[in-house]
Design a protein. Structure first.
Length: 566
């Protein structure tokens, strides 16, 4: 049995652009999303767009052949099949290559199909389905598996020494798990996904967003480091993400949740509705004030989550509701009507069940592991059964997923000349502490020897400014970028000598300064990164004079170059 759908206005295809659908010659209606139509009637699917049949076929189909033309610089067209109506076409889809027939697994129950564009855009001209038998009906699900990850911090490239899996292998894991059980598998993120590497920072997170598009993530809770490039960049990235950014308690300067931050998302698996709520903790202090740009986080987020969970169950009919929160903990005392809490921010790997029988789960940072949380179906309810950690040693042994390799290659072509420049050499591994102390020394010497002020008394950075070690051997600019990823301004300030002596004893700071005696009664000039100067405790004693945006990593890289070139 074969059916060919020629997507041409002259071949008995009737389009309803208002409804976002078309009807084929067989009378079957197909839903279309995020697409344009050419004058010939062909479909131009844009990033995140998909095609799927609205009602089940009367037979199962074994394969699909698509005639298409890629319209973008790079991109992927994927397909999946299911015994259930498809609302998450990214979940467990397979790449289509050329006008080649693709044979679906488990063909005996396939009565729905979808075509989906995770990255790029494609012109579709025809779809051919081959059926094999009458459908045996939908296979009931026995449970649900939620996979969660947090705080990847732009760790796109595999780094064994830092236990970074890299996105090509993380995608391989995600797609493999989704393809095994697409009607019972959900992938979620609890935030801080972009900031931290040259690959991600130089693309402002775009490489990570497109990886998540390919891997089939359903949502991402907004983390504090998503604000490092200010809210406008979060909004820009939301336009290329095929999944929503969630944060029920995020408020703009007018006290409203911005349009690019959703409170929740509803997805379907195996005939059941699943509610996903996103939130962020009261962690404004973990963001430079200038980067926060007047945004704030409502402190009563547990109550807000509880109210949304009630709505999702009573009004939307969700069978299970989970929370994805960027905070190192989540108090369920006022929010006992959720089924699981997926946490982030503190970079700790754990799984525990609280006093209300609600599991709490978090993973390590930098893509070192992924946690799987399993709920079994007991009667008409999903009951938490277990959590299984998928550690670095297992993830790093996987093959590299082809579509994500293509994503990596596309961006590598743009940034490699800059990222791979050798700027220095080290015969000893440089720890985070080594890098932080070296950075503050470079900072002091750069500004003391410049036109800013030769009488500079002190330079200061926070001890958390360095995020990666630098191994023995040649040092690349990309390694310096990963070690010092944050885009803080350097702020020229005045303070008293008494305060300088306190700064030197502050265990939160790395400091380096003049060897001249400090008179506590006099006023001195200091240079400090904006993340520190804008924190309320420090802002009380520091008077800002001016600032520049010459990044700390570039000051360090310049010093490495000088040493390398003699």
């Amino acid at each position: 049995m074969q059916e060919k759908i020629v997507l041409d206005k002259d071949n008995s295809v009737s389009y309803n652009d208002t409804a976002g659908s078309f009807t084929g010659a067989n009378g079957m209606t197909y839903s279309i999303s995020n697409c344009d139509r050419t004058t010939t009637g062909w479909i131009s699917l844009k990033q995140g767009g998909y095609v799927t049949n609205s009602a089940a076929y009367g037979y199962s189909f074994s394969s699909i052949t698509v005639e298409y033309l890629r319209q973008s610089d790079f991109g992927y067209l994927t397909a999946k099949a299911s015994s259930y109506a498809i609302t998450s076409p990214e979940n467990g889809a397979y790449e289509l290559t050329g006008s080649v027939k693709f044979t679906f697994p488990n063909a005996s129950t396939n009565s729905f199909f979808s075509l989906y564009v995770p990255v790029g855009s494609f012109l579709l001209t025809s779809i051919t389905l081959e059926g094999i038998t009458h459908s045996s009906g939908a296979t009931p699900v026995a449970g649900l598996d939620f996979y969660t990850i947090n705080d990847t911090h732009g760790a796109a490239v595999e780094t064994i020494s830092s236990r970074q899996t890299g996105i090509t292998r993380l995608s391989q894991f995600a797609l493999s798990e989704e393809r095994k059980n697409p009607d019972s598998t959900v992938f979620l993120s609890s935030g801080d996904m972009w900031q931290g590497s040259a690959d991600s920072n130089m693309t402002h997170g775009e490489i990570m967003v497109n990886w998540m598009n390919v891997a089939g993530f359903e949502s991402m809770a907004i983390g504090n480091h998503e604000f490092d490039w200010k809210p406008a960049q979060i909004e820009a990235n939301s336009k290329i993400a095929n999944f929503p950014f969630l944060s029920i308690n995020l408020q703009d300067p007018n006290g409203q949740r911005p349009s690019w931050a959703k409170a929740s998302k509803i997805i379907n698996r195996g005939g059941y509705k699943i509610g996903i709520i996103g939130a962020i903790g009261k962690i404004e202090s973990a963001i430079a004030v200038s980067s926060l740009s007047g945004y704030s986080f409502n402190a009563d987020y547990e109550t807000m989550v509880s109210a949304e969970a009630l709505r999702l169950r009573s009004e939307e009919g969700c069978s299970i509701v989970v929370v994805s929160v960027h905070n190192g903990s989540f108090d369920t005392l006022l929010c006992r009507n959720v089924d699981a809490v997926f946490e982030g921010h503190s970079h700790q790997n754990y799984s525990y069940v609280d006093d209300y029988n609600i599991p709490h789960i978090q993973t390590y940072a930098n893509g070192s592991d992924i946690q799987r949380v399993h709920f079994k179906l007991s009667g008409d309810k999903f009951v938490y059964e277990k959590t299984v950690d998928n550690p670095f040693v297992e993830l790093s042994a996987l093959s590299e997923e082809p579509m994500t390799l293509g994503v990596m290659g596309y961006y590598e072509g743009k940034i490699a000349p800059i990222k791979n420049e050798v700027v220095g050499h080290t015969t000893n591994e440089l720890s985070k502490a080594d890098i932080g102390q070296y950075a503050v020394q470079c900072m002091f010497e750069y500004y003391a020897n410049s036109t800013w002020d030769s009488a500079l008394a002190l330079a200061m950075v926070n001890t958390g400014c360095a995020r990666q070690v630098i191994p023995v051997g040649d040092i690349t600019y990309g390694q310096v970028y990963a070690a010092l990823p944050f885009d803080n301004d350097n702020v020229f300030c005045e303070c008293t000598g008494a305060q300088i002596n306190l700064f030197k004893k502050d265990r939160y700071l790395y400091t380096y300064g003049s060897t001249a005696a400090i008179d506590e009664s006099k006023t001195y000039r200091v240079m400090v990164i904006s993340y520190v100067s804008e924190q309320s405790d420090y802002a009380k004693t520091l008077k800002e004079v001016s600032r520049d945006d010459f990044r700390l990593r570039d000051i360090v890289a310049a010093d490495f170059r000088r040493a390398l070139n003699g």
